[in-house]
Write a protein that binds this ligand. Structure first.
Ligand code: AN7
Length: 349
């Protein structure tokens, strides 16, 4: 689609957008859906990886942020704020820069991947590091709106969730049907809620004639929905989903229950293995984005998925956000003198 101009332009009638509002877009959406031959062979399913890391700021957050910032600007806002484990802040910073408004981000000190912090800084956001975790930063953020002239652009902002459902539309448009299974990481649980809304909208309008089973995966050390109670000190190497008090908890449960799916957890070890597995097939997604692949392998090993069916895993963010995990687990590069013979020898020729 050579003329792709972002999700508002493409899906406007489904997004409750005022026709005359100036659209703040960086060309988000229309992300690749990559058939994984290896995962398909291993599981006996047709496995697609929807690579949301290919959005303008490297994560799915851009689908909701184009909406939230467009609406904020239309309503006269001069400043927005979000709490973030990193990707929301990167996206909010970029779209605010595009709109020419102030962006404030509250992030958990020491627990945001360096690439995400770099993005917030380079786009000129006011970065506040909170000595605490995401949930604490989020609680403060919510209390800023109302008393202060600032709009919250976390996924509690309804425009965010409207935008994010376009991921489901793209999948159905591409497959020309709904997938049988949808597997997605769960942190604050906004995205699984949005996808379920999107699938239901297409189904209700008769564009698709079925609905996928929805499987959400939390990291084992940060799995409040699986445990059935909030986690005050969430732990996981997948910092993007290190969230113990998810805002859209009910939405995630509804998606799982209504679709016949489940909210489950995967260990950090399984996440890291999945991260390396998809990288070995050419797809570099961040740790949190590897949770659904770990989840696919778990579900498949337990015989929970019917062979021959179609499954889509949502790879929510790009691996370049946090290259440290890629480097630490790989063999060291060989260093040689700048001589053809030396290079050839080092290569074993
Ligand atoms: C790569 O950026 O919460 O379940 O503040 O960055 O909709 O929260 C990020 C979440 C999955 C979880 N994958 O999505 C934030 C933030 C990646 C993420 C999630 C996030 P939700």
């Amino acid at each position: 689609m050579g003329s792709w101009k972002g999700i508002i332009d493409h899906y406007r009638p489904r997004l409750e957008m005022d026709d005359n509002a100036p659209v703040i877009s960086l060309g988000e959406g229309n992300t690749p859906m990559i058939l994984s031959e290896r995962l398909s062979e291993r599981t006996g399913l047709e496995v697609y990886l929807k690579f949301e890391g290919m959005n303008p700021t490297g994560s799915f957050k851009d689908r909701g942020m184009t909406m939230a910032i467009t609406k904020a600007v239309a309503n006269g806002a001069k400043a927005v704020v979000c709490a973030s484990t990193g990707n929301t802040s990167a996206s909010a910073a970029a779209y605010s820069a595009k709109a020419g408004i102030l962006c404030v981000v509250l992030i958990p000190a020491g627990n945001v991947a360096s690439g995400k912090l770099a993005q917030a800084l380079v786009h000129g956001a006011k970065v506040v590091e909170v000595r605490g975790n995401f949930d604490q930063a989020f609680e403060i953020t919510r209390k800023l709106e109302g008393p202060y002239p600032i709009v919250v652009v976390n996924s509690t902002n309804p425009h965010r969730l409207l935008g994010q459902k376009t991921g489901a539309f793209e999948i159905c448009d591409r497959l020309e049907r709904a997938p049988d299974y949808h597997i997605i990481p769960v942190g604050n649980a906004g995205n699984i809620t949005s996808y379920w809304n999107g699938y239901n909208e297409y189904h209700a309008d008769g564009i698709t004639d079925s609905l996928p089973q929805m499987f959400g995966f939390q990291a084992a050390g940060s799995a409040p929905i699986v445990l059935g109670h909030p986690v005050d000190q969430p732990k996981t190497i997948a910092t993007a989903i290190r969230i113990g008090h998810p805002a859209s908890w009910d939405g995630a449960l509804r998606a799982a229950r209504e679709s016949g799916g489940e909210i489950r957890s995967v260990t950090d070890k399984a996440i890291l293995e999945a991260y390396r597995m998809i990288a070995s097939e050419g797809v570099f997604a961040e740790l949190a984005s590897s949770a659904p692949v770990a989840g696919l392998l778990q579900l498949s090993a337990q015989g929970r998925l019917e062979r021959g069916k179609t499954v889509v895993c949502i790879l929510t963010g790009h691996g370049l956000k946090d290259p440290s995990w890629a480097i630490s687990g790989a063999p060291k590069p060989i260093q040689v003198d700048a001589e053809i013979d030396v290079v050839a020898q080092a290569l074993g020729f």
